[in-house]
Write a protein that binds this ligand. Structure first.
Ligand code: PLP
Length: 473
């Protein structure tokens, strides 16, 4: 038998150790790998991190508390975490050409909360804020606290509407951002499905927000951040961009100039696990004048950083600095455009008519089904997508009328534009053969034999592109 390579040895040994304590967990981890290998993963927010990223997370860094910032911790013995965080910051700044980076947020939501509090602390004028900032919190009287809460909580935020592709953390009621801010939305022009910058400017002028949020979860076009910054300046707003979805396209230099948020926004947040292909986590980039406020992320809204995840972020940022990542990022967009074109040629309706980025938003309304029915029917056929609202969605945010498909994960596997056309064919086959079960927005009818046939075709399509070929498990 041939010798195992280092990656296979490492994962196998780790699973053996886990199995000795709780076999069901080892089995679930192994099954997840096999499930991911077999399915056509088109979830726009997911990817496959490298073995080095995954392995950097399973170690003793996880055991260390390190609240605070590099060299200024609330705990003793943080010298190794300091090294890890400093290396991650160094790579992050170089990768995005950013003057400042904060790599502690545990997720995208945390990164956004850090950014919101940093902006509030920077912008809100409360006479006693000085004391608060100096952490003499016990000096504040009840009345002063009440004044502080009122001042912080009554600020205005302008973000992209949920049905146009915005994220829950951009001011929507179910999220704390919708409770702490007075929120107004900008959307897309119904005729083009693209951001209407004039309408955005008009809303900003009328609403006078403290914060304008750019960025999205389900908008298939590039965004002109230079124009958005101009609008923010006109109304005196702080301009924040949440690049969680397209950070890989910024890192890979597909989005440059007006479309790169880093030089235009005052503050930029991201996740590290989507198109950036790192571990699950978040990060914040800021102009130098906001840096000291962002550094207060812990204890403002974060506890101890996940040091093992910061290590994995350092690996992912280092990987993305390799020139091959620019090819990868361009391939993501080429694939997304090929998928959009393949769908369009087969008569599938796309929000905005196409894509400039890693995702395509399919309007399933013409098939007479909801997004929820489409999502489930595709899943029966091993095509993993997610339902998503479309602009002015008649089915609301739960059932929806859209399906969001994205190409970062399949591009990581090595699939190219030819395979995207075949995937468009599979998606079209499933959607055009699915119908609603009478009176239901959730139940549907799809011939199981057809789902089975598509599922086999999906497996055949994936066969030449093994996932984690270096890991024989
Ligand atoms: N921001 C955007 C634009 C997102 O799309 C997401 C997640 O989908 C988040 C933030 C939240 O990221 P997380 O799930 O890591 O908290």
């Amino acid at each position: 038998m041939s010798e195992l390579n280092a990656e296979s040895t490492a994962f196998r040994a780790a699973l053996d150790v886990v199995r000795s304590v709780e076999p069901r967990i080892a089995d679930a981890i192994t099954k997840e790998l096999h499930d991911q290998r077999e399915s056509l993963k088109l979830i726009a927010s997911e990817n496959y991190a490298s073995p080095a990223v995954l392995l950097a997370m399973g170690n003793w860094l996880s055991d260390k508390y390190a609240e605070g910032t590099i060299g200024r911790r609330f705990y003793a013995g943080c010298q190794n975490v300091d090294t890890v965080e400093a290396v991650a910051v160094e790579h992050a700044k170089a990768l995005f050409d950013a003057p400042y980076a904060y790599v502690q947020p545990h997720s995208g939501i945390d990164a956004n909360l850090v950014a919101y509090w940093a902006i509030l602390a920077d912008r809100v004028e409360v006479p006693h804020l000085q004391k608060f900032e100096k952490r003499q919190v016990n000096d504040l009287s009840e009345a002063e606290w009440a004044e502080l809460r009122a001042a912080f909580g009554n600020q205005r935020m302008l973000g992209m509407s949920l049905d146009a592709g915005g994220h829950l953390t951009h001011g929507f009621r179910p999220n704390i951002s919708g409770k702490m801010f007075d929120q107004r939305s900008y959307g897309v022009d119904p005729a083009t499905g693209q951001i209407d910058y004039k309408a955005l400017r008009d809303t900003a002028k009328e609403f006078q927000p403290l914060i304008i949020v750019g960025g999205y979860s389900a908008y298939p076009r590039k965004v002109n951040f230079a124009t958005m910054r101009e609008i923010a300046d006109e109304v005196g707003a702080t301009f924040m961009v949440d690049m969680a979805h397209f950070a890989g396209l910024v890192a890979g230099k597909v989005f440059t100039g007006d479309y790169n948020p880093i030089p235009h926004a005052h503050i930029v947040t991201t996740t590290t696990h989507k198109s950036l292909r790192g571990p699950r986590g978040g990060a914040v980039f800021a102009q130098p004048e906001l840096a000291s406020q962002v550094d207060r992320g812990c204890p403002m809204v974060l506890g101890g950083p996940l040091s093992h995840v910061m290590a994995a972020k350092a690996i992912a940022f280092a990987e993305a600095r390799d020139p091959s990542f620019q090819t990868y990022a361009q391939n993501i967009v080429d694939n997304s455009q090929a998928l959009a074109e393949g769908l369009r040629r087969r008569g599938v309706q796309l929000v905005s008519g196409g894509t400039d980025n890693h995702l395509v938003l399919i309007d399933v309304h013409p098939f007479g089904i909801t997004g929820r029915q489409a999502e489930a029917a595709l899943l029966d056929s091993e095509i993993v997508t997610n339902r998503n609202a479309i602009p002015q969605d008649p089915n609301g945010a739960w059932y929806t009328s859209g399906i969001r498909v994205g190409t970062p994960a399949l591009t990581s596997r090595g699939l190219g534009t030819a395979e995207m056309d075949q995937i468009a064919e599979l998606i079209h086959t499933v959607l055009s053969n699915t119908s609603p079960a009478e009176g239901s927005k959730a139940k549907y009818v799809l011939d199981p034999a057809l789902a089975d046939r598509v599922s086999k075709q999906a497996t055949e399509l994936l066969a030449p592109f093994p996932l984690y070929p270096s890991v024989t498990i």
